[in-house]
Design a binder for this molecule. Structure first.
Ligand SMILES: [Zn+2]
Length: 349
């Protein structure tokens, strides 16, 4: 199957009432782990690369690996997504490579650190939407600012500093025409999201629900949504790691989000922990080993297990065969003739 439009994938998820995990990749083993999980659970999937990943792997290596994944798994719809594009040029270069979706994160200035004004965010996002839709490519925008830093991207600080305002979310969706909207509800990038199991004082699910009420048909995106489960932390620490105690976003909160318009859930940290734990275990238990396959294979297997679990929990499992992919050129026509709407349905307050 060729790479699929993320818009199509999310529209289908909305019809089916489920969420789709978006998993970050940097190398072949991570891509393989995701595809093994998607195949096993029969899941459509979003694979995403940050700017850091594109730099680490080099664009062409990474993109060719994704193409191989698509060719080897014709029964799995795969969308390839640029995570946190910091500028029009970053998004344009991803589109030129063949990514079927981009995130224009205009919540921050191009340095990827300084919060931008609402007007600046609208302007750059609108520009990316015009360019991308003409080419059949999906756009995710962000309103409000997430906490933490990942791959050098992020405002830092707690996730509570720039919570999304529902009225501004409506205005942003109307002015930009984005296909998916990332919102800030207190989550952060990285492993250290919460210092205890999050409650409503730090994880603002009520804000998410308020946004969904105003924008009932808009696909919402949860970033920084690893659950950082204790068992994965324990394996890392048991074999010499030094992670401090931390909490992520509980799966049941994500599921509450999915019942309230969340269609894309970004997960990275959980996979990083699974990989690191598995590698540490091999090093600790069999220090005589030195063939990279001896630790990369269990690392890949550990990540596959986490991804498959999330696919079941998010509800995307079993939906790979629900629909046939629409060619990207057809999607472009849909945007042009208005059959693929970019104006949100807005409900009164
Ligand atoms: Zn993110």
């Amino acid at each position: 199957m060729p790479l699929v439009s993320m818009r199509q994938l999310l529209d289908e998820a909305a019809k089916g009432g489920y969420g789709v995990g978006a998993f970050n990749v940097n190398d072949m083993e991570q891509i393989q782990a995701i595809m093994m999980a998607a195949k096993e659970t029969k899941s459509p999937v979003i694979v995403q690369a940050s700017r850091g990943a594109r730099q680490f792997a080099e664009d062409l290596y990474l993109f060719r690996l994704i193409q191989a994944a698509a060719e080897l798994n014709p029964e799995i719809p795969i969308a390839m997504h640029q995570d946190h594009g910091n500028s029009f040029d970053t998004c344009k270069s991803a589109i030129e490579l063949g990514y079927t979706s981009v995130m224009m994160d205009g919540s921050l200035k191009e340095d990827g650190k300084t919060p931008a004004s609402f007007e600046e965010n609208v302007e750059v996002t609108r520009r990316v939407v015009d360019y991308a839709h003409e080419r059949g490519v999906t756009v995710e925008g962000e309103i409000g600012v997430l906490g933490g830093v990942e791959d050098g991207h992020g405002a830092g600080g707690s996730g509570l500093e720039h919570i999304t305002d529902p009225d501004q979310a409506v205005e942003f969706a109307e002015l930009t025409g984005v296909d998916a909207l990332a919102i800030a509800i207190g989550t952060s990038h990285g492993a250290y999201k919460f210092t205890k199991k999050p409650d409503g004082s730090v994880l603002k699910m009520d804000v998410l629900i308020a946004i969904h009420k105003r924008l009932p048909n808009t696909h919402l995106v949860m970033h920084g949504s690893s659950s950082v489960p204790k068992d994965l932390q324990d394996i890392v620490n048991q074999y010499g790691g030094k992670l401090k105690e931390t909490w992520g976003v509980p799966v049941e909160e994500i599921q509450l989000g999915i019942r309230n318009g969340v269609r894309k859930i970004n997960v990275d940290t959980d996979n990083r922990l699974a990989i690191t734990g598995a590698i540490r275990k091999v090093f600790a238990e069999t220090p005589e080993k030195f063939d990279p396959r001896d630790y990369l294979k269990p690392a890949r297997e550990a990540m596959k297990k986490v991804v498959a679990q999330r696919m079941v929990q998010f509800g995307q499992a079993g939906h790979a065969g629900d629909y046939a992919p629409i060619a990207i050129a057809e999607i472009a026509k849909g945007y042009a003739d208005g059959s693929l709407t970019t104006q949100p349905l807005v409900a009164a307050r």
